[in-house]
Ligand binder design. Structure first.
Ligand SMILES: Cc1cc2nc3c(=O)[nH]c(=O)nc-3n(C[C@H](O)[C@H](O)[C@H](O)COP(=O)(O)OP(=O)(O)OC[C@H]3O[C@@H](n4cnc5c(N)ncnc54)[C@H](O)[C@@H]3O)c2cc1C
Length: 460
C-alpha cells in the first residue's frame, strides 16, 4: 500500500484537489488505511469511478481510497437473478455479465461507468424511479467496514438503521466491501420507445405525470433556452415472444455502443467538434434543430444500452465544455410546485445570461433512505458551463435557485450539486434527519476519519 500524492478532479472538471490516493485490493488494506489515517491525523474518502459531478469523492489534503480495483463479480445465479459483487464493479461489468442470461440491473444511472459502491453511497435513481425506486431498494445485503474496524453485514432486516443510512450516506459512515442485489428478468435486449414532443413546460410536466404509469421508464429533454420546447422518451420492456430475435438482441455484440460515427470517425474525437457550439448562441442553434427534428411523434425499438446510456455515446463529452468544465444543478420538486418554481428558475437563468445547455427531467417517488433526495414529483437536472468570467455569477445563481427550491418544498442531490451550503442542506433534510445522521456518524466513526470535501461543505 503505497499512497501517491495526486491531483484529482470531479466528473465535470470544475474542481481540483490534491490527495494521497490508496488503492486497496482487499479488506485488510481498508483496515490499514483507517489505522494510517488515525495515526497521521488524516481523513479518508472513498472513491469509485469519480463520476460524481461535485466534491463527493474528493478530499483535499486527505486520503482518497480508490476502490475501483476491488471489482470482482463474486457470485452470479442466472436461475434467481441474485448477484454479489465487490464495490468497484461497474454497471458496464454488471450488465455485460447478466444480460446474455436474460437479466438487467433494476436501476441504472445515465452512464454505465459508475461503480456499485458509488451508486449505493449516492443511492442513484434511474429513468424508472417513479416505479422501481432508487438502487437501494434492490439491495438484499451488503457488507461494510466501519472506521472503528468493525465489519458489518446489513439488510432491510439486519442492522436496518445502518442499511437505510449507509445507502444514501455519501460514504460517510463506512466502506462497502460487498453488495448483493436482485436483478430484473428480461425477455429481449430491446425496449419499445415512444418519442413525444412537448411545446411548453406545463405540457412537459403534465405528460411526465400522466404517462409514467403506462411505461417502465420515462425521461425528458428540456430546452432551457427556448423554455418549454422539449421531447419525452417513454419506454416499455418487451414481453416474452414479442422479440423474435431475443437471443441475438441480448448478446453483448448487439448492445455494445459503436466506437465510430458513421463507421469512420472515432467517437473519442466527437467532443472536439462539439466545443464550438458550447455557448449561448451555439446551443440555441443545436436545441432548435433538435426540437424541429423531434416534432413527429414516433415509436421505435432501441437496445437497453443505447436507451439508458445515451451520454456514453460521446466519450469524454464533458471536455467539450472547455477548460473550467461544467456543473450540474439538479433539483427535486413536489408535483404541485414544480411548474411554478422551475418557470421562475429558468427565467432567472435566462435573464442573467446563464442558461443551462442541457436540461433533463424525470418522474420520482419518495423512498425510506435517511438522506433521500426523492419526492413525489419531478427532477430537473441542468448543466451549466463554467468559465473564469462566470464562476462567481453562477454561484450566485445557484444560491438563488436553492432559495426557490427550498420555498417550494424541494430537495437536492449530492451526487450532483456542488454549491449547496450547510444551511440549505440542514433546511431540506430537517433537524431530525440531521440529528439521526450525526448520531450514527458518532457510532460508526467516533474519530471522524471519514470526511470528504462534500461532507465538510454540507455537514461541517
Ligand atoms: C454522465 C453521468 C450521468 C449520470 N446519471 C445519473 C442518473 O441517471 N441517476 C443518478 O442517480 N446519478 C447519475 N449520475 C451520478 C452518478 O451516478 C453518481 O455520482 C454515482 O455516485 C457515481 O458513482 P462512482 O462510482 O463514480 O462514485 P464516486 O463519484 O467515485 O463516489 C460517489 C460517492 O460514493 C462514495 N463511495 C464510492 N465507493 C464507495 C464504497 N465502496 N463505500 C462507501 N462509499 C463509497 C464516495 O465517497 C462518494 O461519496 C450520473 C453521473 C454522470 C457522470
Amino acid at each position: 500500500m503505497n499512497p501517491t500524492f495526486t491531483s484529482l478532479e470531479n466528473f465535470g472538471h470544475s474542481l481540483r484537489a490534491q490527495s494521497y490516493v490508496i488503492q486497496p485490493c482487499a479488506a485488510d488494506d481498508i483496515h490499514e488505511t483507517f489505522q494510517l489515517a488515525k495515526r497521521d491525523g488524516l481523513t479518508v474518502t472513498a472513491r469509485g469511478a469519480g463520476r460524481s459531478y461535485n466534491d463527493a469523492a474528493m478530499n483535499g489534503g486527505g486520503i482518497v481510497l480508490d476502490l475501483s480495483v476491488m471489482n470482482q463479480i463474486l457470485a452470479w445465479d442466472p436461475a434467481t437473478g441474485q448477484v454479489r459483487c465487490e464495490p468497484g464493479v461497474t454497471l458496464r461489468q454488471l450488465w455485460s455479465k447478466i444480460l446474455p442470461d436474460g437479466w438487467w440491473p433494476p436501476v441504472v444511472s445515465g452512464t454505465m461507468t459508475t461503480t456499485l459502491g458509488g451508486c449505493l453511497a449516492a443511492n442513484i435513481h434511474g429513468k424508472n424511479n417513479f416505479r422501481m425506486g432508487p438502487i437501494g431498494e434492490h439491495v438484499t445485503e451488503f457488507t461494510a467496514i466501519l472506521p472503528t474496524g468493525a465489519e458489518v453485514a446489513c439488510s432491510p432486516k439486519k442492522n436496518a438503521d445502518l442499511f437505510y443510512a449507509m445507502i444514501s450516506g455519501l460514504g460517510m459512515l463506512g466502506i462497502f466491501t460487498s453488495i448483493t442485489m436482485q436483478m430484473k428478468k428480461m425477455h429481449s435486449g430491446l425496449l419499445e420507445v415512444h418519442a413525444l414532443p412537448t411545446r411548453t413546460l406545463a405540457e412537459h410536466l403534465q405528460i411526465l405525470e400522466s404517462d409514467a404509469p403506462k411505461f417502465d421508464y420515462i425521461v425528458g429533454w428540456l430546452d432551457c433556452i427556448t423554455v418549454g420546447h422539449g421531447q419525452i422518451h417513454a419506454a416499455n420492456y418487451l414481453h416474452e415472444g414479442e422479440d423474435p430475435d431475443a437471443q441475438k438482441t441480448m448478446t453483448l455484440a448487439y448492445q455494445t455502443l459503436p466506437s465510430r460515427m458513421f463507421g469512420v470517425m472515432p467517437k473519442s474525437l466527437l467532443h472536439v467538434f462539439m466545443t464550438p457550439f458550447m455557448n449561448n448562441f451555439g446551443t440555441w442553434g443545436v436545441n432548435t434543430t433538435k426540437y424541429v427534428a423531434s416534432l413527429r411523434r414516433h415509436v421505435f425499438r432501441q437496445s437497453h444500452a443505447a436507451f439508458h446510456f445515451l451520454l456514453d455515446y460521446v466519450p469524454n463529452w464533458e471536455l467539450s465544455y472547455g477548460r473550467s468544465g461544467l456543473i450540474q444543478y439538479q433539483s427535486f420538486l413536489p408535483k404541485e410546485t414544480a411548474l411554478h418554481a422551475w418557470t421562475e428558475m429558468l427565467a432567472l437563468a435566462k435573464q442573467r445570461g446563464l442558461p443551462s445547455y442541457l436540461g433533463v427531467t424525470k418522474r420520482h417517488r419518495p423512498d425510506n433512505f435517511l438522506l433521500t433526495h426523492a419526492v413525489d414529483g419531478f427532477s430537473l437536472a441542468m448543466d451549466f458551463k463554467v468559465t473564469d468570467a462566470n464562476r462567481a455569477r453562477l454561484y450566485e445563481l445557484t444560491q438563488d435557485f436553492d432559495r426557490i427550491v427550498l420555498a417550494a418544498g424541494g430537495r437536492f442531490y449530492f451526487a450532483k450539486n456542488s454549491e449547496t451550503t450547510a444551511e440549505t442542506a440542514r433546511a431540506f433534510y430537517g433537524e431530525e434527519t440531521v440529528a439521526k445522521f450525526r448520531k450514527l456518524k458518532k457510532r460508526c466513526d467516533p474519530n471522524g476519519l471519514l470526511e470528504s470535501d462534500l461532507y465538510r461543505r454540507i455537514f461541517g
